[in-house]
Design a protein around this ligand. Structure first.
Ligand SMILES: Nc1ncnc2c1ncn2[C@@H]1O[C@H](COP(=O)(O)OP(=O)(O)OP(=O)(O)O)[C@@H](O)[C@H]1O
Ligand SMILES: [Mg+2]
Length: 259
């Protein structure tokens, strides 16, 4: 249901059904005088894709960086599986990060490494638990998911933009994370390749019951992937609802995203 956030709902985590995978509660983040997030709230449930819409510079990347603790909010709580991320120590953070995949706004692949080496990278932290045979199987399984097993020994420079995005996606989900944070997954791709990425996002959601936050300006991607859309405006959740509900809105601040 479409709900305007005049007064942000306070989530009582003691009553969580266990279905709330990510709970962002009243977070604030500023850089000097630049107030980016100001009492922002968000809940993502199991196997739910939530798209965060917002103008360039609205704070979308800052939000997901706070969730994986690349940035620390000034105030507020960010619960991932009930654990307050900003308060975790190094080891606890490592453990929770293993459950979270992050697809960076750029692909962040290592140019000097083969596709195989790029995919092995997130496994290194857990290397002791894996034999070489396990590692090979995980790499091939991840590439199979994105239809790119034949690129395993290629270098990133030999791949197209769409293939690079799919390799980055394979690396993001190699540890089968419960949560995936996608920062602009289809930006810069042609429409056909972009739709392939949308389909992969949905395939991974269904196959692994992942909960995702997807940041996107690509309204086709939003329409295809969103179970729910959240509009980040002036540091707050301005409105949330189904794509079709927001699309029908007469509010100028919402309409501009659908023109
Ligand atoms: N590490 C940082 N230090 C200082 N300011 C920052 C930092 N990271 C982000 N900002 C500022 O926070 C604001 C929000 O940035 P953010 O990258 O989240 O925007 P965005 O919504 O992701 O935009 P885009 O759609 O262009 O990617 C911007 O004003 C930016 O300059
Ligand atoms: Mg961004």
């Amino acid at each position: 249901m479409l709900s305007k956030k005049e007064t942000p709902a306070i989530t009582d985590t003691s009553k969580n059904s266990g279905e709330d995978v990510i709970v962002v509660e009243h977070i604030y983040k500023r850089f000097g005088t630049n107030i980016v997030l100001e009492d922002f709230n968000l809940v993502v449930k199991r196997e739910e894709n939530v798209v965060v819409l917002g103008k360039s510079g609205a704070g979308k990347s800052v939000l997901i960086k706070c969730i994986i603790s690349l940035l620390k909010p000034d105030k507020g709580r960010i619960l991932v599986f009930g654990e307050n991320v900003p308060e975790l120590n190094h080891d606890e953070l490592d453990r929770i990060r293993a459950k979270i995949g992050f697809l960076f706004q750029g692909n962040a692949l290592y140019d000097s490494m083969t596709v195989r080496e790029n995919l092995e990278f997130p496994l290194r932290r857990h290397w002791i638990d894996f034999s070489q045979k396990d590692v090979d199987a995980l790499v091939m399984d991840a590439l199979e998911n994105v239809g790119l097993t034949h690129t395993v020994d290629m270098m990133p420079e030999e791949l197209s933009g769409g293939m690079l995005k799919r390799v980055a996606l394979a690396r993001t989900m190699i540890l089968k994370p419960d949560v995936i944070l996608y920062d602009e997954p289809t930006t810069g791709l042609d429409p056909v390749t972009a739709r392939e990425i949308d389909n992969l996002i949905i395939k991974l959601q269904k196959k692994y019951q992942t909960s995702s936050i997807i940041i996107s300006h690509d309204m086709n991607c939003v329409k295809n992937t969103a179970d729910r859309v959240v509009l980040l405006l002036d540091g707050k959740c301005y409105i949330e609802g189904a794509y079709e509900e927001l699309e029908r809105s007469n509010d100028e601040k919402i309409k501009q995203f659908f023109e």
